[in-house]
Design a protein around this ligand. Structure first.
Ligand code: ATP
Length: 234
């Protein structure tokens, strides 16, 4: 098991936003977490990547990571692409990518991975010297994903990669997420666009009011009448 979560709870002040959830992601899986606005998806991902204090057990490759600082998670192979992307707007595309490799000291391999990023996202190759803050929304999302990959993650957390993007760009980003998964990176994807998320993932969890209300194979959930009605707008 790559990630095993037991009884994860997160509170903001007195309000419990995540209510003791369990979830797991096997090595090589692409798992999505879907649900309505405010269900607690982003909060869950922030807790798993240690950006928020939480209660419960978080095991990564069998080891508890509940007390590790963020930089140590990155060193151990966990990367987060946050909602809103968090790129460095004043730095160039290439400088942003190199920031993603800050925990590494294998210079030649870093150069190779830089080329791999440009291969994965040719749009970034054309713009390597452009200030990242001037990229379009979709290009910034590509950069955020490419930067996370520069840390050579085994486990990648993605928060709402479709947010604010035009449909064609969303399809492109999702195809790339699938390609990253096919290359062997384990992915946990939080997504508002339930249909696309279910289409590219192996398994899914549905979250409602801070709890997991449904889970299963994505292909099965895509055909589940309850899911179709509540989350696919049918
Ligand atoms: P969305 O898809 O709209 O981003 P979400 O499922 O990711 O929704 P969260 O962002 O995790 O939901 O929010 C879960 C609940 O926690 C919401 O009720 C939200 O208002 C609340 N919440 C989130 N961040 C904070 C905060 N910093 N302080 C107080 N409450 C918060």
């Amino acid at each position: 098991m790559m990630l095993e979560v037991r009884g994860l709870s997160v509170s903001y002040g007195g309000i419990q936003a995540v209510k003791g959830i369990d979830l797991e992601v096997a090595a090589g899986e692409l798992v999505c977490l879907i649900g309505a606005n405010g269900a607690g998806k982003t909060t869950t991902l922030k807790a798993l990547s240690r950006m928020l204090p939480a209660k419960g057990k978080i095991l990564y490759q069998g080891q508890s990571i509940g007390d590790l600082p963020v930089f140590e998670l990155v060193r151990q192979g966990i990367a987060l692409v946050p909602e809103g992307r968090g790129i460095f707007g004043r730095l160039t595309v290439e400088e942003n990518l190199l920031m993603g490799a800050y925990s590494r000291d294998d210079g030649a391999a870093i150069r190779r991975d830089l080329e791999r990023s440009y291969h994965l996202f040719p749009r970034l190759a054309e713009r390597k010297l452009q200030q990242a803050g001037t990229l379009s929304g979709g290009e910034q999302q590509m950069l955020a994903i490419a930067r996370a990959l520069m840390s050579k993650p085994r486990l990648l957390f993605l928060d709402e990669p479709s947010m604010g993007l035009a449909p064609l760009m969303v399809e492109k980003i999702f195809a790339t997420i699938r390609a990253i998964s096919d290359e062997g990176v384990t992915v946990l994807l939080v997504e508002q666009n339930a249909k696309l998320a279910l289409e590219i993932s192996h398994r899914a969890y549905v979250m409602e009011s801070g709890a997991i209300c449904l889970s299963g194979a994505s292909a099965a959930l895509l055909h589940d009448p309850q899911v179709r009605h509540a989350y696919l707008g049918e």
